[in-house]
Design a protein around this ligand. Sequence first.
Ligand code: SF4
Length: 270
Amino acid sequence: MKIFEQKQVGTEQIPLGYVHSIETFGSVDGPGIRYVLFLQGCQMRCQFCHNPDTWQQGVGTEVTAEQILTDAVQYQAFWGQQGGLTVSGGEALLQIDFLIDLFKKAKTRGIRTCLDTCGQPFTRQQPWFSRFEELMRYTDISLVDIKQINSRKHKQLTGRHNENIFAMLAYMLAHNKHIWIRHVLVPQRTDFDVDLIRLGQYIKTLAPIVDKVEVLPYHTMGVTKYTELGLDYPLGAIRPPTPTRIKNAEKLLNCAAYTNYQAYPGYLEA
Ligand code: SF4
């Protein structure tokens, strides 16, 4: 794994973050209105990815946690009881040292923190695992994308197997770290009843920590980015799922059963 650079500030070594973009009024990446930081870098290659421009690691705008928080707090008045700071990507966990610094400093300012991840970098190997445990101490909630329950199909769809992603979710369950689960519904890739039923059963095993389950219909808005980057678009002529198939997936994943997000309990208190 690439270790990102650090900046010397006084006697302290400050980890630098590499940012792809920032959304100051995000309303879909966690509870309430949020300042959403999209970090650069991802090692997955999801066929449906609509942000292939986030894949490359070690590029983007260099920032420190202080710079981000100074910018973010300008919008704090809009966050209300639930909103705050979300870090997404790319894959945010690839910049875990920066994330720890950012979330730790956010918590000291009373800012609610949300991690948006697909879990791909998760490992129990040291020193990474200790860093992840530290990050979880400063993370109020995580949005976890489960791409495919079937590991073979997951590999075809994303280039990676999924066992370590389930190991991360097992850790979160064991430590009562609350999550929202998101699942992109792609015809011919993830929209199979057999997989959706299995995924629904698996999510049930995580029920104590699952506050929301969302089906995200595949869309083709990323196609032009592939053209701009000179990449072939992997899903070719596959169209978005029909409303009937979206409803079917929501039923098989029991989305209606996970409603904690509507009445946010104390664990999200800053
Ligand atoms: S994990 Fe996210 S950023 Fe990475 S390839 Fe998949 S959809 Fe794209």
